[in-house]
Design a protein around this ligand. Sequence first.
Ligand code: HEM
Length: 139
Amino acid sequence: MLDKIEEAGSNKSTFFELLGGEASGIENIRQLVETFYDIMESDPKAQPIRAMHQADLTSAREKLFMFLTGWTGGPQLYIERYGHPMLRARHLPFVIDESARDQWMYCMIKAMHQLDYDDELMKKLAGQLYGVADFMRNH
Ligand code: HEM
């Protein structure tokens, strides 16, 4: 999928660039987020975190897409629209324990597998996202 993958080990490129940059980074992040929530909706292992979300995942999909685009180094779509993400505060209404964190990561890693992400990129991206997911833990 990625021809610039050798750079994933260096700091030369942002994840956004590794995901295709201006040409296809946005499209790839959209696809990752759609796959992530499709898995959350259908995989019984993610049922507890699925139940925390609203019945309609449309806005969750849109917001995670916007957030991750900026977070990976692309255009700051989320911040332009909603201001500072204050992600931890926004997650406080939900009980996020180790199990919830691991379910979130399970969906994300499964999505990357389904989309045939290169191993090296997957490890790096999952490692960074794990840091964010663990930071959301409030229980
Ligand atoms: C650790 C486990 C996590 C759980 C259980 C969780 C759960 C949730 C829930 C229930 C919502 C509300 C969605 C709705 O309105 O239906 C939400 C919103 C959101 N989550 Fe998470 N989340 C987790 C981790 C993360 C991580 C790691 C990120 C970013 C990398 C993230 C980014 C977001 C964003 C951007 C929103 C929308 C915030 C807003 O503007 O309202 N979440 N999350």
